[in-house]
Design a protein around this ligand. Structure first.
Ligand SMILES: *[C@@H]1O[C@H](CO)[C@@H](O)[C@H](O)[C@H]1NC(C)=O
Ligand SMILES: *[C@@H]1O[C@H](CO)[C@@H](O)[C@H](O)[C@H]1NC(C)=O
Ligand SMILES: *[C@@H]1O[C@H](CO)[C@@H](O)[C@H](O)[C@H]1NC(C)=O
Ligand SMILES: *[C@@H]1O[C@H](CO)[C@@H](O)[C@H](O)[C@H]1NC(C)=O
Length: 378
């Protein structure tokens, strides 16, 4: 009985704190509330079951150099929670989702990557990205910047981890392509602000000039395959450091009409696309591509661990990584990446390496990333 009261008190406290902590915001005004309701209505329109547009995407399974080369465990992309066959597990967007969304930062500073060009290739940062809102730290490998590059997309197989996060921290791995002010990302993250839980989940994100958005929390992304929820949980296939690594494959791929597709798994399964009309700079090809890890911590919280929370030891059973990093050239041809420059916002606390390691029967390039941050447990 006593215990129960304690439990209930804790529960109430939890909700109070999580309201102030995670959501961290004042109560909604009537006006804001009405605005949210309006957004919800437009976002939760009945799903369009058939997409009239014919995809002009030519990518097929045998394009992949990597589909059969490896013997690693690959996550099973499937319906989250086992919906009966034939039903559509569209996640209905709730008011809580939208409230959390309002508290999200843009995923990374827009102005920050363009400036690493070939003349500054020693991976020295211009200074980590610190804002009044806390820090974001990235440890990435990127294609040397050349304003004349024309990338029609990129891909990776990323190791899945389930890092501990607290409050507004987030933690993940992603592939990012961009040109000018337009950015596209796919990856996984643990992000209570975005998801309301601490599961490792798939995410996509676009930024087009000043608009930016995760998953389908605002209009923009056209989903064509509802078997693959955009917040897919990977909790059944999480890697343990020193154990068997689990990975997930994901790609961004531009079709001939200029739409940007999200594809997953070695079968290049289509999830959906961002229409070309959303973009200004990404109406044409991308100039920048990078892969790696990212962590965020709110103000006053020490810089968090990243990746497996250890510096890479050049063993993919121990290190967080992206492997099978590829780009699609302007003709859509798959090119295995064998040269990158690396960038770490804070080289004392994190490391990133781009090296060849054995992967199944062959050697492949890995982006290994991670580090203890300011934590003292390592
Ligand atoms: C890039 O860095 C490598 C190794 O530090 C160096 O050998 C090369 O000359 C650099 N390239 C340019 C264009 O600065
Ligand atoms: C990121 O993940 C590592 C483990 O993978 C964890 O130790 C660290 O605390 C996480 N960082 C944040 C900001 O949650
Ligand atoms: C990497 O770690 C695994 C698991 O501990 C071990 O079996 C393997 O030999 C290591 N690989 C290398 C190249 O050290
Ligand atoms: C793939 O895994 C199986 C079972 O773990 C093993 O017997 C086989 O040799 C592996 N193949 C390669 C190419 O590594």
């Amino acid at each position: 009985m006593h215990q129960r009261i304690v439990q209930q008190t804790l529960l109430v406290l939890y909700f109070l704190l999580s309201h102030n902590g995670v959501e961290g915001q004042k109560k909604l005004s009537k006006l804001e509330d009405a605005e949210l309701e309006k957004q919800l209505k437009s976002l939760n329109k009945p799903a369009v079951k058939t997409v009239k547009m014919k995809p002009t995407l030519s990518r097929i399974n045998k394009d992949s150099t990597f589909s059969s080369a490896t013997n690693r465990s690959s996550t099973i992309w499937s319906k989250d929670g086992g919906c009966p066959f034939g039903t559509i597990p569209v996640k209905r967007i709730t008011k809580d989702d939208l409230i959390r969304l309002r508290n999200m930062l843009p995923p990374e500073d827009v102005t920050f990557v363009d400036e690493y060009d070939v003349s500054n290739n020693n991976s020295e940062p211009n200074g980590r990205y610190i804002s009044s809102q806390g820090y974001k730290v990235v440890a990435i490998a990127q294609i040397p910047y050349n304003p004349n590059s024309k990338f029609a997309g990129a891909g990776m197989d990323t190791a899945l981890y389930n890092p501990q996060v607290k409050g507004q921290q987030h933690n993940g791995s992603r592939l990012k392509i961009h040109k000018g002010l337009d950015i596209l990302q796919v990856g996984w993250r643990v992000d209570p602000t975005l998801y309301g839980d601490t599961k490792t989940r798939f995410f996509i994100h676009f930024q087009a000039g000043k608009i930016h958005c995760f998953n389908t929390l605002c209009p923009g992304f056209v989903q064509v395959n509802y078997d693959l929820p955009l917040d897919n949980s990977f909790m059944d296939t999480i890697s343990q450091r020193g154990g068997r690594p689990w990975g997930a494959r994901m790609y961004i791929d531009r079709d001939l009409a200029g739409n940007w597709w999200v594809l997953v798994s070695q079968e290049f399964t289509r999830v959906g696309f961002w229409p070309q009309s959303l973009f200004t700079d990404l109406k044409s090809f991308a100039t920048n591509v990078d892969w790696g890890g990212v962590v965020y911590s709110p103000p006053g919280v020490p810089e968090p661990p990243m990746g497996s929370s250890y510096f890479p030891i050049e063993n993919s059973s121990y290190d967080a990584y992206c492997v099978g990093v590829i780009i699609f050239n302007k003709k859509g041809k798959t090119i295995e990446v064998d040269k990158t420059i690396t960038h770490i916002d804070n080289p004392n606390m994190y490391k990133v390496e781009f090296i060849q390691l054995s992967y199944g029967a062959k050697d492949m390039y890995f982006v290994l990333y991670g580090g203890p941050g300011e934590s003292t447990h390592v």
